[in-house]
Write a protein that binds this ligand. Sequence first.
Ligand SMILES: Nc1ncnc2c1ncn2[C@@H]1O[C@H](COP(=O)(O)OP(=O)(O)OP(=O)(O)O)[C@@H](O)[C@H]1O
Length: 243
Amino acid sequence: MLSVEDVTMSYRKATTPVLTDVGFTVPAGHLVPVLGSNGAGKTTLLKILCGLITPTSGSVSVAGCDIVRRPTAARAHVGVSLYPERSFYFRLTCVQNLRYYASLRNLFGARAKKEIGQLLDRVGLAEYADTQFMRLSLGQRKRLGLARALLGSPPLLLLDEPTANLDTENVARFHEIISDHAEGGGSVLFSTHNESDLATATEQFLQIKKGHVDATQEHGISDPAPGDSVRNRAERVALQEAQ
Ligand SMILES: Nc1ncnc2c1ncn2[C@@H]1O[C@H](COP(=O)(O)OP(=O)(O)OP(=O)(O)O)[C@@H](O)[C@H]1O
């Protein structure tokens, strides 16, 4: 679903690259957390993957489409939520914002209305449907960002610190949503500072250190049993940790 080859990124005037020769793949049905300390390059990586910034060298393809050469085709497969969230219209309500972004995904009328209602319910914001974005708390804004990323059911979700600002109940809700997404054959790559977010990783997590990305097999879930679902693995790891 996502393929990253030899990506190096140097910001203008920077003396050292933020990312050097980064390469990995995210197959369909996989949940891949990305860990890294402040300034490690997580947001930079996510911006490159969704085509917001162009890497200095290397390539990224989504569902076989190069993100730089065929950005429209590649982005059609991607739902994105970046952090901090600055792209919602502050004076529009949740529904009005989502209706606008749904139109960019060719979702209109009754279909859009139905999907927006379902997504707001899914992220626990149904009662805030008609609340202006500027009146939402940080955690509520984060959840609206997730709802927007899910609009139109794109197969690949790229989420920047999706659990930041969320309470325990909403962190659990987030993991349930992405597990369902992966069980339906979708893929998710999300950045986090929180090691407990690794529990839903399907096989590996990525760690950015000094510009390099290392793929690490997640403890206890690198050898899923046949028929083992994403949710089962996450629950098994949570159980192991509690023991
Ligand atoms: N537009 C930019 N121009 C120049 N340097 C930048 C730019 N954006 C980010 N950087 C630098 O790139 C490095 C990586 O930043 P990035 O935001 O990707 O890190 P991060 O891992 O997401 O950090 P955090 O966990 O604090 O959000 C930092 O040193 C930052 O100062």
